[in-house]
Design a protein around this ligand. Structure first.
Ligand SMILES: Nc1ncnc2c1ncn2[C@@H]1O[C@H](COP(=O)(O)OP(=O)(O)O)[C@@H](O)[C@H]1O
Ligand SMILES: [Mg+2]
Length: 197
């Protein structure tokens, strides 16, 4: 069975879809990769024609995940918690939780992390990590946020992804690897490495 990386956070606008797409593009030359959006609104599925070399599957394929023939399946999820998410965590090897670095943003992760912990009781393979995304170069990360992150019980990844115009545009410009923004490319490549280990 494929390795399954699911991106989840009950809040919208934290970068799940952006990172899911760019991670899939990072792996696609080394592994047989599929990208699926479990959201019926299917924002990633709408990109199918823009990324013909990437296998972007229809949301219905979620229920067939255990039978799909890939090395790696990256799953994007909608901004709410549901039983479906729980089912998805049951199949997953890794849940990547992107968050902004604001205090209230980090507070808002708690129910997503609780659902992950609930699933970990049944699925012993399941690991999870938090990645700080859209970090503002000027304000950075405050001591309060670092303290809060350390109490959550889910590891914080070493990779930090900054707020970058190139990433905001990446779904319209063939993905971050095709950009000239070396720093953004480096961050996403590190994130790809970290989420596979
Ligand atoms: N690191 C980043 N730097 C700048 N913009 C980003 C970054 N990550 C995501 N974005 C932008 O933020 C918005 C929300 O991201 P999105 O991936 O749609 O979040 P989600 O899927 O969690 O709702 C989008 O406009 C996206 O282009
Ligand atoms: Mg999204």
């Amino acid at each position: 069975m494929a390795r399954i990386i699911t991106l989840a956070h009950q809040k919208g606008g934290v970068g799940k879809s952006t990172l899911a797409l760019n991670l899939a593009l990072c792996f696609k030359d080394q592994l047989r990769v599929a990208l699926i959006d479990s959201d019926l609104q299917g924002s990633i599925y709408h990109l199918k024609e823009d990324f013909p070399k990437l296998d972007i599957l229809a949301p219905e394929k979620i229920s067939e995940i255990p039978k799909l023939n890939y090395d790696l399946i990256i799953v994007d999820t909608p901004p709410y918690l549901s039983n479906r998410l729980n089912e998805l965590f049951g199949y997953s090897d890794y849940v990547l939780v992107p968050t902004k670095a604001g205090f209230f943003d980090v507070m808002a992760i708690k129910s997503t992390l609780a659902l992950i912990k609930f699933s970990q009781a049944q699925n012993q393979r399941l690991k999870a990590g938090i990645v700080l995304n859209m970090i503002k170069p000027r304000s950075g990360i405050t001591a309060e946020v670092v303290e809060l992150l350390n109490t959550l019980g889910t590891p914080l990844l070493n990779t930090r992804v900054f707020d970058r115009v190139s990433l905001a545009r990446s779904s319209m410009t063939s993905g971050i690897l095709k950009s000239t923004d070396q720093k953004a490319i480096e961050e996403v490549t590190f994130l790809a490495e970290e989420s596979l280990t």
